[in-house]
Design a protein around this ligand. Sequence first.
Ligand code: GAR
Length: 216
Amino acid sequence: MTKRVAVLLSGRGSNFQSLLNASLEGSLGGGISLVISNRPGAGGLCIAQDAGIETALIDHQRYPSREAFDQDLAGALDNAHPDLVVLAGFMRILTPEFVARFSGRLMNIHPSLLPLYPGLHTHQRALDNGDSHAGATVHYVTGELDGGPPVLQARVPVNSGDDANALAARVLAMEHQIYPVAVNWHLGGRLAWSDGGLLKDGLPMPPSGELWKNAS
Ligand code: GAR
């Protein structure tokens, strides 16, 4: 049966678009069956609607608590029976209960070379520190913010004269390449996550995940 991916997003949805392109080309290993946004007017919702994908708006501002929002979100996801829930620019911290419910089938992409710079303003922080490289990391989600085991990481150089926008654009181009690959690995059953860490094809993964230039 076709594997099912649910996408959570808050904004323009360019990572979702890259996942959608991969699914249409047959390289994702499954299809996107549901897109949920917590923000009305998120560009990603329009992309999904134009593609004929089921969408839902679950506006966090209409909920009295994080727990109540996450409960409705989890309910909507459960109805879709996803093999994987993908956070694609979903700018909400999830409750431990939500993370536990989807543990092992919840992935995120973060615009930094984790474990560097969890949280916000990653590109400016890399520039402020004079880093020679920046990048993006796909990881499984745990209760620790941007702290779950990395699957795949891409590095880009920081060029002299870069501002945060220029660096973000260079990193984003890599995000669009690596996220569909990591999702394909998950859907293909190539990743296994246990107490001993993350395995790919039965072999331990490096602590920062596979490096994109080596990925296959
Ligand atoms: C991406 O750069 C993604 O890595 C980042 O938000 C952007 C969403 O762009 N995610 C986070 O910062 C999550 N901590 P998109 O809506 O065009 O995919």
